[in-house]
Design a protein around this ligand. Structure first.
Ligand code: PHE
Length: 336
């Protein structure tokens, strides 16, 4: 043990050092000789286990001696604790982009072509930016639409943002129109984790505010986006909906990119999949952010990256995105 370690780290050296090693361990009055002498007086039981250990130790010393002797004769370098730099290296396993990052990047690229910039904001938000400025009246049941994780309840609640619309508010408050930006980011909702829901997910929201922005602009922008993302010929349809911060509001469906409308599990045999919410920015929201709603109009939209990724890659379980299972992750290529 102590000596085994000593032998292992012995770096070798010139002939004198090697000879000293031999005398210490293998000489006629060396350590091993002493140990074997002691061994003779052990009980038969002890001998059985000790014998093996002693023989191994002896073998180790002899082998080491042979090795350092050869090296000292051929003038090779003494062995040190340094790694042998002439050995071939261990190959590194190359990582890959996470599928959500791949899709986020794709979405961002499409909107960049239309002149949208990228804006980000904090994940821990106050009530004003996540709700009140966005026209969620206090105590209004619409606040329950988004199961919120509160960090501090009180006069000005602090919570994990439930959508990146909060970034829209921050942007409008701190600048002057026109605004044309998208807001990618992680959002949180207090939902039981299952294949179809998670307590966090990722969104890309968008905002366009200028003079004379109309619902037709909204439709054309989103139509272009879908053609770029899912391929030309993808159909879209708008259904009326409700969001406190947009009026009128709509949800947009796309024709199922997996079954091409023939009906599959992804679109629940309807041929359509909902991918985003959108609408004309409610004048109250513009006013809350200090923008004159008599001069400016705007549209906004918001989509979940997970849902779009599911549809692109036929992924049926949201939990896969956050489990870090390499077997799942390595299927998405090695683009960095
Ligand atoms: N903020 C909405 C959500 O998280 C999405 C949305 C954004 C809807 C903008 C309309 C306009 O559900």
């Amino acid at each position: 043990n102590q000596y085994t370690e000593e032998i292992n780290v012995f770096p070798g050296g010139d002939a004198a050092a090697v000879e000293a090693f031999r005398i210490k361990y293998l000489g006629t009055r060396g350590l091993i000789k002493d140990l074997f002498d002691e061994f003779k007086s052990a009980t038969p039981e002890e001998k059985r286990s000790l014998g093996k250990v002693l023989n191994e130790f002896k073998k180790l010393a002899e082998e080491k001696y042979q090795a350092v002797k050869e090296r000292s004769e051929t003038g090779g370098p003494a062995q040190t604790d340094l790694p042998d730099l002439t050995l071939p290296g261990e190959s590194l396993v190359e990582g890959a982009r996470h599928p959500l990052q791949l899709v986020r990047k794709e979405i961002v690229e499409i909107f960049k072509k239309l002149g949208f910039t990228v804006a980000e904001g904090p994940e821990i938000e106050d009530d004003w930016h996540n709700f009140t400025a966005l026209n969620f009246p206090l105590e209004h049941p619409a606040r329950d639409m988004q199961d919120t994780f509160f960090i501090r309840k009180g006069g000005n609640d602090i919570a994990l943002r439930t959508h990146t619309s909060s970034v829209q508010v921050r942007m409008m408050e701190s600048g002057k129109p026109p605004f044309r930006a998208i807001m990618p980011g992680r959002v949180y909702r207090n939902e039981a984790i299952s294949a179809r829901a998670h307590c966090f997910f990722h969104q890309v929201e968008g905002l366009y505010v200028d003079e004379n922005v109309s619902f037709a602009d909204l439709k054309q922008t989103l139509y272009y986006f879908v053609q770029e993302l899912y391929g030309e010929g993808t159909k879209v349809r708008f259904r009326p909906s409700y969001f406190p911060f947009t009026e009128p509001s709509a949800e947009m469906d796309v024709s199922c990119s997996i079954c091409k409308g023939a009906g599959c599990q992804m679109c629940k045999y309807s041929g359509w999949v909902e991918i985003l919410g959108c609408g004309m920015v409610d004048p109250n929201v513009l006013e809350n952010c200090g923008i004159d709603s008599n001069v400016y109009t705007g549209f906004a939209f918001g989509m979940g990256i997970e849902r779009i990724t599911n549809l692109k890659y036929e992924i049926r379980d949201l939990r896969l995105f956050s489990e870090n299972d390499v077997r799942f992750l390595k299927q998405f290529g090695t683009e960095i």
